[in-house]
Design a protein around this ligand. Structure first.
Ligand SMILES: CC(C)(COP(=O)(O)OP(=O)(O)OC[C@H]1O[C@@H](n2cnc3c(N)ncnc32)[C@H](O)[C@@H]1OP(=O)(O)O)[C@@H](O)C(=O)NCCC(=O)NCCS
Length: 145
């Protein structure tokens, strides 16, 4: 099993993005590992989908459905026990769709302060009504009112 205690030296360390709040923080468990002991890509993808849906849901002021994973890059492996921070930013708002960029950082070897960017993805969500049909994203002014 690969754990934070026996990983290779830190490939980069720039700390977490300054002045930004992660949408989600998670720590993968042994049950999230693949047969090699690293964290299963599908587990990471599902957390990224959840993290991206949070700002999309707020912007849509209601339910959204994921229509597309536009890009997904696993830049570095994720290990059991890494503390993952998911940052999500809306990059485009269409008529019914909202596209979100998600960046994931792992804090590993935490006593030695090692932070690694592990994943970057872009996903598109569609605002949906109670019949699961697309609905217009409300104007921003109506949300701030
Ligand atoms: C989401 C859903 C309701 C959209 O309905 P649809 O009839 O396919 O959507 P439309 O063709 O009207 O397109 C809706 C929006 O998605 C965008 N879109 C469609 N296909 C897309 C694609 N491959 N990539 C990115 N955006 C896409 C359209 O451009 C449109 O955006 P806009 O209104 O801002 O211009 C429907 O596709 C669906 O139910 N999909 C399954 C969702 C799901 O189960 N997700 C997994 C669990 S959440």
């Amino acid at each position: 099993m690969t754990t934070p205690e026996n990983t290779t030296p830190c490939p980069e360390h720039r700390g977490l993005p300054a002045g930004r709040m992660p949408e989600l923080r998670m720590m993968p468990a042994p049950s999230d590992a693949n047969v090699y002991g690293d964290v299963f890509g599908g587990w990471i993808m599902s957390q990224v989908d959840i993290a991206g849906s949070l700002p999309a849901t707020r912007r849509a002021n209601g339910r959204v459905a994921t229509i597309s994973v536009n890009s997904f890059v696993f830049k570095n492996p994720v290990f059991v026990g890494d503390l993952l921070s998911f940052y999500a930013d809306i990059v485009k708002v269409g008529n019914t769709s909202i596209t979100v960029n998600v960046e994931v950082y792992a804090e590993r070897n935490r006593l030695q302060a090692c932070t690694v960017k592990v994943t970057e993805a872009t996903l598109t969500y569609v605002a949906t009504d109670s019949d699961r049909k697309p609905r217009k994203v409300p104007p921003l002014e109506t949300l701030l009112a």
